[in-house]
Design a protein around this ligand. Structure first.
Ligand code: DGL
Length: 270
């Protein structure tokens, strides 16, 4: 199975796009809902939790894991790739969402001014700034933390009028600092739920990118280039959902994030 990991529900927006693009494989989704959100947590804790999740998914037999969570991708992925995999799982792979996103972001920007909307943890890690610098040092990256959006979406309040006010406020702060932005990346698993609101709140000339379709396209390409991983994947179109918190809540909110009914299992990863 391809393992998909997120701190909670948000990664379902990524899984949704992946299964649309490459439906033939088996997928095992793990949401660490009991310990979410990760966005305000320290690097050491995010690393510890993400390692536990990766270990859990490897023990279930996943040869490949996608870390759909930006916070885990920013604070844990590199160390997992460099320290854990070569020692403990040399035949397995773990990929994140930052590298594929920045590759897409640099295509098609004319002003070379990019806006990144993310959790506080991702913004403070500067992970997007560092990755974009490697790809194109001339790109200017402007970040905006939107700390209130994840809890609002997790509470199912995306249609509340206050959500619109907050989105407009975050965007106004960002665009006042960097009026030449022509590309905005929704660098958080949850923000695609508010895509229409973001779209309505910025001028039409600004491109808004969500990560699900980007990660799905890059995964397809990765599997094409890595037949040694691809041939180890199951092809029975299984979709298995696991959560570290109650499955009733997971199954209810999965409708919003995944757009379909799911039946999750409660598991413990630590
Ligand atoms: N999944 C997280 C991310 O994409 C958002 C939710 C959280 O803070 O745990 O950064």
């Amino acid at each position: 199975m391809i393992g998909i990991f997120d701190s909670g529900f948000g990664g379902l927006t990524v899984l949704k796009r992946i299964v649309e693009r490459v439906p033939q494989y088996d997928y095992l989704y793990l949401g660490d809902n009991a310990r979410a959100p990760y966005g305000g947590r320290s690097e050491a804790i995010v690393f510890e939790f993400t390692c536990q999740a990766v270990d859990f998914l490897f023990k279930r037999g996943c040869p490949l894991i996608i870390i759909a969570c930006n916070t885990s991708s920013a604070k844990a992925l590199r160390r997992i790739q460099q320290e854990i995999l070569p020692r403990a799982y040399p035949e397995r792979r773990v990929l994140g969402v930052i590298r594929p996103s920045v590759e897409k972001v640099v295509e098609g920007t004319l002003s070379r001014n990019i806006g990144i909307l993310a959790t506080e943890g991702v913004v403070l890690s500067d992970a997007y700034i560092k990755e974009l610098e490697k790809l194109d040092p001339a790109i200017r990256v402007h970040q905006q933390a939107c700390p209130l959006l994840v809890p609002i979406i997790e509470a199912g309040e995306q249609d509340w009028e206050g959500t619109g006010m907050l989105v407009r406020r975050y965007l106004a702060e960002l665009l006042a600092r960097a009026p030449s932005i022509d590309t905005l990346l929704l660098a958080c698993t949850h923000y695609p739920i508010l895509y229409d609101l973001f779209r309505k709140s910025v001028p039409p000339g600004i491109r808004i990118l969500e990560q699900g379709p980007i990660v799905a396209e890059k995964l397809e390409d990765y599997l094409f280039r890595h037949p040694e991983i691809e041939r180890r994947l199951g092809r029975e179109r299984k979709r298995i959902f696991m959560t570290t918190d109650t499955s009733e809540k997971f199954d209810r909110l999965a409708q919003v994030f995944y757009g379909q009914r799911v039946e999750s299992q409660l598991v413990s990863v630590d």
